[in-house]
Design a protein around this ligand. Sequence first.
Ligand code: ATP
Length: 577
Amino acid sequence: MLHRVFGLTEQGAKNFKRGVFFCTLANLVLMAPIGILFMLVNDFMNHLTGNAPLPDPWLYLAGCVAILVAMALTQWAEYANTYHVVYDESARKRTDLAEHLRELPLSFFGRRDLSDLTNTIMKDCADQERMFMHVMPQLFGTGISTAIVIVGIFFYDWRLALAAFWVVPAAIGIMAVSGKHQQRKAKVMEDARLAMSDGVQEFLECAQEIRATNRSGDFLAELSGKLDAFERGQVVSELTTGACVTSAQALLKLGIGTTVFVGAALLVSGQVDFMTYFAFLLVVTRVYDPVNIILQSIGELLAMKLSIRRTQDIAAEEAMRGSSTFAPSGHDLVFDDVTFSYKTGERVLEGVSFCAKEGEVTALVGPSGSGKSTVAKLAARFWDVDSGRVLVGGVDVSGVDPETLLSDYAEVFQDVVLFDDTVRENIRLGRRGATDEEVLAAARAANCDEFVSRMPQGYDTLIGENGTRLSGGERQRISIARALLKDAPIVLLDEATASLDVENESQVQAALSRLLADKTVLVIAHRMRTVANADKIVVLKEGSVAEQGSPEELMAQPGGVYRRMVELQSESASWAI
Ligand SMILES: Nc1ncnc2c1ncn2[C@@H]1O[C@H](COP(=O)(O)OP(=O)(O)OP(=O)(O)O)[C@@H](O)[C@H]1O
C-alpha cells in the first residue's frame, strides 16, 4: 500500500512505519508535562481546601526527570528512524530510477522532454526526500497521537470533548473539499516551472545559434513570458493553499470559544467540577498545535502527490529486457521483413530484408531520410521492430538483453558523444580495462596522434564537456579509435568519415579497412566513392529496399537508383571543380 501510494521501496515502507511509530510515541511523551501540571495543580487545590498534605516535591521532580529522559529517548529514536533512513531510501530510489532509465528503450527518451526528466530525477527526488524526512512521519505521527488523545478525552468527558473537538473534522473537511482545487493550481504551477526550465535550457544550448540569427531579443522576451507565467502560477498556487489552510486554522480557533462557553455552562449547572474544566482549558491551549501542523502539511502532501506520480510514471515504463546469454552461430546480420515506425502511424521502414555477411562490408545508401540510420539503430536493438525480425547469427536480437547484445557491437555514429575527461579515457571507453598501449595503438590506427601531439598534455588533455575543444573530425577520430579498441565482431559505421578532410579520410579509411577485416561491417555513407569498395550495397528508398547487390552488379543496372546516385555525385563533383 505505502509502496503503491508513496512510491516507497519495500525497505523504505518498513522504515516509514517505524518512523511514524516513534513520532507518535514522541508526541505522546511531549503531552506528558500537561499531565504532571494537572496533577500538581490538583494536589495543591486539595491541599488548599484542607483535604490533603502538601504534595511531595521529590515525587514531582522524579516525574519531570523521567519525562525528560523519555523525551530524549523518543526524540532520538524518531530522529534515527526518519532522517538517516530517508537518506538511504532516497539513494535507493535514485539508483533504481537511474538503473530503470538505463533499461528503457530509446523511444522513451524521444517522447519525454529532457529537462522534464532531469527535473524528476533531481528535484522530485529531492522534494520527496525532504517530505519523508521533515513532513510525512511527523504528519502521520501527529495525526495518530492526536487521535489517541482525543479518544481518551472523549472517555473523560464527552460533552466537553465535543465542544473542544468538533472543529477538527470541520477543518480537515475544508482541506479535503478544496484538495482537488489546490492540486489543479499546483499542477498549473508545475507545468509553468517545466516550461520555464525548458526555455532556460534551450536558451543555453542554442546560445550560439540564437546570436548568429540575431534572435536574442525574441528569445529573451519568450523566456521572460515563461518566467512570468511561473511566477503567476506560483503566487496563485500558494495563495490558494494559504487561503484554505488559514480558513481551516481560523475555524480551529473557534474550538477554544466553544470549550470556554460549554465548560462554563456545565460548571455553573454543577455538571462538571472546576478541575475538569481547568483540565480542558489546558488541553485546548495545546491540542490544536499538532492539528495546525497537519493542516499546513496537507498542502505540501498534495503537491508531493504530483511529484510522486511523475517518478511512478517513469518506473511504470516498460524496460527493454532479454536473455543475458547470447551465443550466436557466427555474426551474419539479417533483417527479415522488418517494419518500423518511431511514432504510431508514421512508418519509417517497410518490409526491409537483407543480409550483412560476416567478413564483408555491407553499405547502406539512399537519399536523406530513407531510413539508413534507423536500420543501424535497429541492428543494435536501440529500438525494437514493429514486425519482422533482426537476427545475429540466427538469434533474434529482440530476445537478448541490450547490454549483453551491445558487447558484440562497436559503433561510430554521426553524433559522437564524448565525456569531460582526457583523450585517453575517452578512447578507453571502448573497452574497459584496456592497457595504455592498447589505447595508444587504437588511437594511432585512427590517426589521432597528429592532433593529440598538438595538445598541451597529449593524451592526458581534458577535452571539455562533450569534447567542445575538439573539431568535428577530431571527435570522430576519437570515436573511431574507441570502436577499434572494442574490437567487436559487428561494426556499425554511420557517416564514419564524414567530418574528415581528404587526407585524413584516406588514412582513416586505410586504418578501418585493415582493422575491420573479418568483421560484420554495416556502413552508412552518402558519398558513393566511400562505399565503392564495399562487398555489398543495400539501397534504401522511402523506407524500403530498392536494390541490393555488389557495386558492380548495381552499376550494371541501367536506370537503377544506385547507378543514378553515383552518376549524380560524379556530375556534381565535376561542377565543383
Ligand atoms: N528519433 C526519431 N524520432 C522520430 N522520427 C525519427 C527519429 N529519427 C529519425 N526519424 C525519422 O525517420 C526517417 C528516417 O530517418 P533516418 O535518420 O533513418 O534517415 P537517413 O536515411 O539516415 O537520413 P540521413 O541520410 O539524412 O541521415 C526520417 O523521416 C526521420 O525524420
